[in-house]
Write a protein that binds this ligand. Structure first.
Ligand code: X2X
Length: 341
């Protein structure tokens, strides 16, 4: 009897799914944008999301991944607007690339604000994560899960950087978000904004001396082979990845399919966070060892040395806290220092 009911229930489900699908046209293919390909944890997360969605919707939702931000001609700072406009159906994007449109996302780009993975996780799983999802929703996208690009480290072709003075006059490629101009200018460097698509050629031809990116990217993009032989581990900021869907696309899906896409995003994001952190911890430093074996000098800063970089950041943090919203910055601070449950 029970079996009969289960069967009847699932038949009903199938019926409701197909009638929903009939009244709402599903596209034959949905476009997913990422900046990086499957050679990186970011692109692997995209592939995994595609695969899990296909499984969990029995093929009703068929996604194709477009890495290299190719749907916006490689200009990753245009990605967020393209999702809102429906040029992109789904995306896994970095907080950095979307921060020109969503200023609150600069919270993650405040230099020396989030100190480690624990602080980051506390923020994302708590009130701040929820509040930022609310902001994204107000901006017209449906946010589903937090993944991770990673803590960003500094590399260059010239010298071991241990103090802000070492950066004087160095041409550093930065991402296209204004807070980075402010900080690298304050450091005395010569920051140059450019997309990731242009960065590798710029490094190879010495058009720029250095760049900053997570170690998983440094390693997979083989930046050592582009002359980047000096790496400073300063952990100055971290960019989470955000899994989102265009609002109209989301509303065109049945509630069951929406939940399947959300669950798939959560799983792919959880796997992505593990992959992004692999090999760069004191317990497991395989990736760092491999980078060193490629002839790269790795400089770890003492807390005193780190403080010098943090001191330079102070006015930048102050200025940008106003852009982000002082209340949000204060709330994040209280949560990370344990002053707020
Ligand atoms: O462009 C970068 O540096 C990258 C790949 O890390 C981002 O998209 C933020």
């Amino acid at each position: 009897m029970r079996k009969f009911f289960t069967l009847a229930a699932s038949a009903l489900l199938v019926l409701s799914q197909s009638s929903f699908a009939a009244s709402n046209t599903y596209k034959p293919e949905y476009k997913l944008s990422t900046v990086l390909s499957n050679a990186f944890p970011w692109g692997k997360a995209g592939e995994r999301w595609v695969e899990l969605v296909r499984e969990r919707t029995q093929g009703r939702i068929n996604i194709k991944m477009y890495p290299g931000a190719s749907l916006v001609g490689g200009d990753q700072t245009k990605e967020f607007s393209a999702i809102r406009q429906g040029v992109i159906d789904l995306a896994i994007g970095s907080s950095i690339n979307w921060s020109p449109q969503v200023k609150q996302l600069n919270l993650f780009s405040l230099p020396f604000f989030i100190s480690d993975n624990k602080a980051l996780d506390t923020l994302l799983t708590g009130e701040v994560g929820t509040q930022l999802f609310g902001v994204l929703e107000k901006n017209g996208v449906v946010p589903l899960a937090w993944g991770e690009n990673g803590f960003r480290e500094l590399s260059n072709a010239k010298l071991d950087i241990k103090s802000p003075e070492d950066l004087k006059g160095l041409k550093i490629r930065i991402v296209g978000s204004p807070i980075f101009i402010d900080y690298f200018t304050a450091l005395g460097a010569n920051p140059t904004q450019m997309s990731w698509a242009d960065t590798q050629a710029a490094l190879a031809t010495n058009a720029v001396d250095g760049q900053e990116n997570p170690l998983s990217i440094f390693s997979a993009a083989k930046l050592h082979s582009l002359g980047q032989k000096h790496l400073t581990l300063w952990d100055y900021m971290v960019d989470p990845l955000i899994f989102v869907v265009n609002k109209d696309v989301w509303l065109s899906w049945s509630p069951q399919d929406q939940e399947a896409v959300r669950a798939a995003a959560r799983q792919a994001a959880a796997e992505n966070r593990i992959a992004a952190r692999k090999g760069i911890t004191p317990e497991d430093n395989e990736l760092l060892k491999a980078i060193h074996a490629n002839g790269v000098t790795i400089t770890s800063l003492t807390s005193e040395q780190r403080k010098a970089f943090r001191d330079v950041a102070r006015p930048v943090v102050e200025k940008w806290s106003q852009q982000i919203g002082n209340d949000l910055v204060k709330k994040a601070e209280a949560i990370m220092t344990g002053k707020k449950p």
